[in-house]
Write a protein that binds this ligand. Structure first.
Ligand code: ZN
Length: 270
């Protein structure tokens, strides 16, 4: 199995390719509607689609959108309008979001089945690969765009003994909810919540996950991501931290027992 955390600048986008030839996308990077100073940059068109074409991927079994913020969902429109996508999964929200409304329409036009999912929802992808939502519970629907981070989908990708957790943009409340759920979240690799923000990655959260590698998807931003203190916190617990800002795209290859990981810029392997 190959998992690549793409370098989409300030945002998230991860491609999972299974041994049985299935391909899943988790988040789509920022799009042209973003309010950040990214101008008309569209990571869907500029990074995700070219990567998929380079890898010979012309169909996605599913796209998971962790939460409806531009840096995770902005690139989605270009993707579903240019490549065959079977299913689209999102967490439910309790407010009207213009980006979601527009995507529902585009999904319908492109025959993409759409479903709102919460914790406990799991899909099997070919042999021995599963992707399971471990968060949010349906009691934690975002009431506004400002609180959408904590209701991000948190996804556990499992292939035999290998596990990776993708934590969306959850912050303190979301982390506490994940911890309280009692789910086994000890993993090999963590996609760090909220771009390494200082409002996430509490010591208890890092402790329970206890990852060998912590991957931070981050680009130029005005929020102070990633926080030096947070990166120190991971390193102090024996976790190696890799950021897309320094390493470019980060690829994990696993046979379900061991795994290797390397950044595009530093190809020496780690
Ligand atoms: Zn984000």
């Amino acid at each position: 199995m190959e998992i690549t955390v793409l370098d989409v600048g300030q945002g998230d986008s991860v491609v999972v390719s299974t041994p049985s030839g299935h391909h899943i996308l988790i988040d789509c990077g920022p799009g042209p509607t973003g309010s950040d100073d990214q101008g008309i940059w569209d990571a869907g068109k500029g990074t995700v689609l070219p990567y998929l074409r380079y890898k010979g991927i012309n169909r996605l079994d599913a796209i998971f959108v962790s939460h409806p913020h531009d840096d995770h969902m902005g690139g989605l429109s270009s993707i579903i309008n240019n490549i065959k996508v079977d299913r689209l999964y999102m967490p439910p929200v309790d407010y009207q979001d213009s980006m979601v409304t527009a995507i529902i329409e585009e999904a319908r036009e492109n025959n993409v089945l759409m479903a709102y999912i919460t914790d406990g929802y799991s899909i099997k992808v070919g042999d021995r690969v599963s992707i399971e939502a471990v968060h949010p519970p349906d009691t934690l629907k975002a009431s506004s765009t400002d609180t959408a981070n904590d209701s991000s989908l948190v996804l556990m990708v499992t292939y035999r003994r290998f596990k990776m957790l993708l934590a969306g943009d959850i912050e303190k409340l979301g982390e506490q909810s994940v911890l309280a759920s009692g789910n086994d979240i000890n993993v090999d690799v963590l996609k760090v919540p909220h771009h390494g923000s200082k409002t996430s990655s509490s010591p208890e959260f890092i402790d329970r996950i206890n990852p060998t590698y912590a991957l931070i998807s981050v680009g130029n931003n005005n929020y102070g991501h990633p926080s030096d203190e947070v990166m120190e916190r991971y390193r102090d617990s024996g976790t190696e931290v890799i950021t897309t800002k320094e390493a470019g795209a980060i690829t994990i290859i696993t046979d379900g027992t061991g795994f290797s990981i390397k950044g595009y810029i530093n190809q020496n392997g780690r």
